[in-house]
Design a protein around this ligand. Sequence first.
Ligand SMILES: [Zn+2]
Length: 298
Amino acid sequence: MTSRADDNQESTDRSQSGDRVLRTITDDDNFRVIVATTTQLTRHVSSLQEATGETGRHFADLLTGTVLIRETMSPAHRLQSVLKAGEDQGSLVADAHPDGLTRGLIQTPADAGPFSTRQGVMLQVMRSMAKGEIHRSMVRPAAGCDVSQALMTYLQESEQIVSVIAVGADWQGDEVIHSGGYVVQLLPGAGHGPLMVMTERLEAFPPIGSLLSQLEGSATRLLDELLFQMPHAQLDDSPIHSGCTCSEEAVVASLATLGREEIAEMVREQEVIELTCDYCRTTYAVQRAQLLGLLETS
Ligand SMILES: [Zn+2]
C-alpha cells in the first residue's frame, strides 16, 4: 500500500513540473480561466534566437501569449502570431502547435536597434482551421504597448467574450527566472456581480512577473490565486515544450523564394550546401543534386 501511494505521489509531482497549460471553468459557469507556465520554453527559444534586452522581453511575452491565445481560441489547431514594429523595424514570430510544441523567430534588420513598439506596432494572428484553411486577423494596438496589451486588443476585436490576458516574466538580467501568464474570460450569461469581484481581484494583482516569482513559477498556484477558492473543474492539463517542425525538405523548399540566379550561384560554388533553419538553428547539409532539382522545378 505504502509503496503504491508513493508511486502515485511521484507521478503527480512529475506531471506538475515543467511548462504546462491548465484550463478550468468555474462551477457557476461564470469564468473560464487558462494559465500557462513557460519558463523552459522561453529560456530555450530565447537562447536559440540570442534574444537579449528589450527584444528578449517582448519575444518571451509573445511566446507565452501565443500559447495562451491558442489554448483559448483553438486548442486543437496551430496558431501563429507575428508582432511587427513600425517602419520596418523587424518582427517577432511565435508558432504554437496543438501538441504543445512551440517555436519562435526574431527577424530584425541588421541596422535596427532593439525591437520596440514605440513607433507603432501591428499584431497578426494566423489560426489553422479544420479543413486546412488559415484564418488571419490583424490589429493595430496603441504605440508603446506591451505584449499583454497587444494581445488584449486582439481578443477584444476578434472575440465576443470579455477577456483579460496578462503575460510576463521574472527577469535576472537577460535570464528568465519564471515566465507565464493567464487568460480570464467572462462566459456568456455571467452576472455583473461576479465580474466586479474578478475585476477588482485582478486589478489588485502585482505585475505578472512578480506574481510568478512569489508563486515560484507554479501553474497550479497561479490558478489558485486567480480563482481564490471559487469552486471549479479542471478541463485540461497539457505540457508545453520547445521544438521545431523543420526538415531538410522544408529548408530546401524555403530556398524556392530565392531567385534562380542565386541558387545557380550556390550550386556552382559548392558541392554540399549548408542550410540552417531560422527557428531552431539546425544545419542541414544539402547535396548539389537536390538544389539542381529545385532549379528544374522552379
Ligand atoms: Zn527548425
